[in-house]
Ligand binder design. Structure first.
Ligand code: ATP
Ligand code: MG
Length: 367
């Protein structure tokens, strides 16, 4: 019996290049995003003729190639010309104007940033970009605490394209008017991949990451199915990696459907634990029924909101009611902005449910 023939030896591996399964890996080909990449390239094109580029607002659900597509465009630009400087900033990590300016200096190779304030740093950036074009990609912009850098760049850097990326289509509407009017951007929405596109992307990734023959067709289709259900390529990449590890743990030379199933169970446990709504409970405070204001008889307010440290990039999680009947009357949004705005970081909003209790005869709100 060739009992050990199909067993993986301890010094063997199924992975040709496990790094290709890191989320920040940018593959050499990015299938099914050519159209979006062309649209961004068209915004940048005027810079090649020393004319101002167009700006671009990119939105779409998580894990569908927004970051990858933009990084790919920047890499291509860098290979093509030295006259246009590409910048990529993740605003989750660099969430203030000062941090953004430091990062821009760093990407320009400028090291003498110590003891310099935000304005000094911006001056350095402008000086280093004189007579040069620049493409600024700001990713995860909904995580920003302030937008002053954006205003400065839009006002004072002439030959540029600014690209803003977020999951939230509505983010742009809530943006400060001063910035919005200067941004004047093309709007580019990324739709999730369909089942076939998802499968092809994963097949491509398998070629980078695994030795040939490791993946059978059915096992890979199972990964693609789950990926399509979640509408997130990251799910697929996670499953490729976990299934490979499961197979290795069993010293198997092939990744089977059973390995994928085990990886799916692990993914589901992980997702359930991470669910936002479970976390959210810890941040909710109740607003007990209380008079709206001193001297206003018979009008009360009650509801629920998040603590000021738990905020959201849009107002989508705000709901209002009058005597329990839902309303979307603008007066509520305005009042909430006035009361809570100063308590929150710029561009952030609380989750809020407010019920206004008024004597029935005076309740003529239409939602
Ligand atoms: N068309 C594609 N071809 C190859 N890989 C892709 C493609 N689209 C996405 N990916 C891969 O899927 C993963 C997630 O993509 P990416 O990070 O670009 O998502 P995103 O849309 O920016 O998500 P988020 O909003 O959560 O930041 C990355 O590892 C990326 O390389
Ligand atoms: Mg991203």
């Amino acid at each position: 019996m060739a009992l050990f023939k199909d067993m993986l030896h301890s010094d063997e591996t199924l992975f040709k290049n496990e790094e290709a399964l890191n989320y920040d890996f940018v593959p050499r080909m990015l299938p099914h995003r050519e159209m979006q990449q062309k649209q961004v390239a068209a915004c940048i094109k005027p810079l090649f003729n020393d004319r101002a580029g167009k700006n671009c607002f990119v939105s779409g659900a998580p894990g569908i190639g927004k970051t990858a597509a933009l990084k790919w465009v920047l890499r291509d630009l860098e290979d093509d010309t030295d006259d246009i400087k590409p910048f990529y900033i993740n605003c989750w990590q660099k969430n203030t104007t000062y941090k953004v300016m430091l990062a821009l200096c760093d990407q320009l190779g400028y090291k003498f940033t110590q003891n310099k304030n935000t304005e000094d740093l911006f001056k350095v950036v402008k000086d280093l970009l004189i007579a040069k074009g620049a493409v600024f990609v700001f990713d995860e912009v909904d995580k920003l605490d302030d937008f002053d850098f954006l205003y400065s760049i839009l006002e004072e850097v002439q030959l540029k394209t600014v690209v803003l990326i977020t999951n939230f289509k509505e983010w742009l509407m809530d943006l400060d008017e001063r910035i919005k009017s200067r941004l004047m951007c093309e709007v580019l929405h990324f739709d999730p991949y369909n089942a076939q596109e998802g499968l092809e992307i994963l097949q491509e990734r398998v070629k980078y990451a695994f030795f040939p023959q490791v993946w059978g067709e059915e096992a890979l289709e199972k990964v693609a199915e789950k990926t399509y259900a979640k509408k997130d390529i990251r799910t697929g990449i996670y499953l490729l990696k976990e299934s490979g590890r499961m197979a290795e743990d069993e010293s198997s030379r092939k990744i089977s459907e059973e390995h994928v199933e085990k990886a799916v169970v692990k993914l589901d446990e992980f997702t359930v634990k991470k669910k936002d709504d479970l976390e959210l409970k810890e941040f909710l405070i109740e607003i007990d029924k209380q008079p709206l204001a001193a001297g206003v008889d018979g009008v009360y307010l009650e509801g629920l909101m998040t603590v000021p440290t738990k905020t959201f990039p849009t107002r989508q999680k705000q709901f209002f009611a009058v005597n329990g009947r839902p309303t979307s009357h603008a007066v509520f949004r305005t009042a909430v902005k006035q009361v809570f705005g100063p308590l929150m970081p710029a561009g952030r909003h609380p989750l809020l449910y407010l019920n206004l209790i008024v004597p029935t005869a005076t309740s003529n709100f239409r939602g």
